[in-house]
Design a protein around this ligand. Structure first.
Ligand code: HEM
Length: 421
């Protein structure tokens, strides 16, 4: 934190944050960059944080599933190459297959459109000022608050990265089949403690998982048991009803999704921990938290004390938001669109074959129109990017999603990566 630029209204809670940040610096010096600031956009775009909050709340009002989606997006972004909005990139200028295409993300990401709407709105208000990485951090907080968490401060000043590569995930990212030792190791590599692991896993009190993420627990579990014996048998029976066995040729995108917490699945609360203790943890990695004696003690503690968990969960989210952040003019950029590095669209256009470029030209003008006095105008493809005048939530998607370029070894890597067993 910048000591001299501290916001005037420094709350006691912020002091708690500063204390936790200081601890974090001593844990993983290389991973946490000092210099984020609460109220960072106070001069450059004062309305940004409020407008983002309005958009997020509006989106959640229309679809409750956006709330877990945004929290997960934020975690997935920060855990890999830091909070640089690399998870949002559709394409990488280096030609790498982006993080989005990894099997840990893929079609299971939710909330991308909300970030696009927030970005295009804020960009219309204060062009080039508010980074996608900060929008994601604000949006994740707003999503958590909408799901019942008390509001916490989000320090800002992150800049956006310029690369995204799905190969960064295998070996660095937790997968549903992991147990506590491996989870702890991965978290500690990112400067996060075992307690952070237990605290943040509490995000699984909202949202859900597609059946194929845990189907190994309910079908053909081992040579001796069809169903994972650590599951409550009634719960396992219900899961089998929700998730019929997969048939060859089933489209994973159509796979059913099951709520982590069937009782209070739209509220970010400690019911997740009680469910774990009742042997109703959905993923192997959730259930693992009650098998290890150290993490089990934390689970029992949080299950009993919601205010404690809420406070510590907020602090853990703030810690996540500081991972490997890019700060200062010399680092990264403030993207114009969260899905593309600045200038990428123009470069791509230049590289397109001649016929494709011709196909995209506007139709020939009638002779009469051609005779109109010349009006100085932006090239047509830049005009299309101007902020539209529609209300943000009615706007069409700012840029149609393109299919990912196929990586020659993508399937192979993904196969290894899933790592259920
Ligand atoms: C500890 C290791 C973790 C593993 C192995 C893990 C794995 C998963 C998996 C497999 C899903 C289901 C995705 C789907 O099928 O759509 C999921 C969902 C989710 N995860 Fe995690 N996760 C972990 C930690 C976290 C953390 C630390 C957070 C946030 C701080 C988080 C937030 C979420 C949320 C909110 C969802 C629900 C998403 C939705 O319904 O759209 N997870 N996670």
């Amino acid at each position: 934190m910048r000591g001299n630029n501290m916001p005037r209204h420094t709350s006691p809670f912020l002091f708690a944050l500063l204390a936790s940040a200081a601890t974090l610096l001593s844990v993983g010096d290389a991973l946490v960059v000092d210099g984020l600031q609460v109220g960072f956009y106070g001069k450059t775009c004062p309305a940004a944080e409020g407008v983002i909050s309005d958009i997020v709340n509006n989106e959640i009002a229309m679809d409750r599933g956006i709330s877990p989606g945004l929290i997960r997006l934020f975690f997935h972004d920060c855990f890999i190459t830091g909070c640089d909005a690399s998870i949002l990139l559709d394409e990488s200028p280096a030609g790498d297959v982006p993080e989005k295409e990894s099997s840990a993300n893929g079609f299971t990401l939710v909330g991308l459109r909300t970030i696009d709407i927030a970005k295009s709105t804020v960009e219309g208000m204060c062009p080039g000022k508010v980074s996608c990485a900060d929008i994601l951090a604000f949006a994740a907080r707003d999503a958590a608050v909408a799901a019942g968490l008390p509001r916490y401060e989000v320090a800002a000043g992150r800049r956006d990265g310029m690369r995204s590569n799905m190969d960064d995930l295998p070996g660095n990212f937790p997968v549903p089949g992991h147990h506590v030792p491996r989870l702890t190791e991965l978290f500690s590599q990112r400067g996060l403690s075992q307690e952070d692991l237990v605290l943040l896993s509490g995000a699984h009190s909202i949202g859900g998982a597609h059946c194929f993420m845990f189907s190994n627990r309910i079908y053909n579990f081992s040579q001796d048991a069809d169903v994972d014996p650590t599951l409550d048998p009634e719960y396992a029976k219900w899961l089998r009803q929700m998730c019929p066995p997969r048939q060859p040729g089933d489209d994973p995108e159509q796979a059913p999704k099951v709520k982590f917490d069937a009782q209070t699945g739209e509220r970010l609360d400690v019911a997740y921990y009680s469910e774990l203790l009742a042997r109703r943890g959905l993923l192997t990695s959730d259930n693992a938290l009650i098998e290890d004696p150290q993490t089990r003690a934390m689970v029992e503690n949080f299950a009993r004390n919601e205010p404690l968990w809420q406070q510590k969960f907020s602090q853990a989210m703030q810690k996540v938001g500081m991972l490997d952040v890019l700060i200062g003019e010399g680092k990264g950029q403030v993207r114009k669109q969260c899905r593309l590095v600045n200038g990428q669209e123009k470069e791509e256009k230049q590289q397109q074959p001649q016929e494709e470029q011709e196909e995209q030209q506007p139709p020939e003008l009638e002779e009469e129109e051609q005779q109109q006095p010349h009006q100085p105008q932006l090239p047509w493809f830049l005009q299309r990017q101007r902020p539209p005048v529609l209300l943000p939530w009615l706007r069409p998607h700012p840029r149609p999603r393109r299919p990912f370029r196929k990586h020659p070894v993508a399937d192979l890597v993904n196969g290894f990566f899933r790592g259920f067993h």
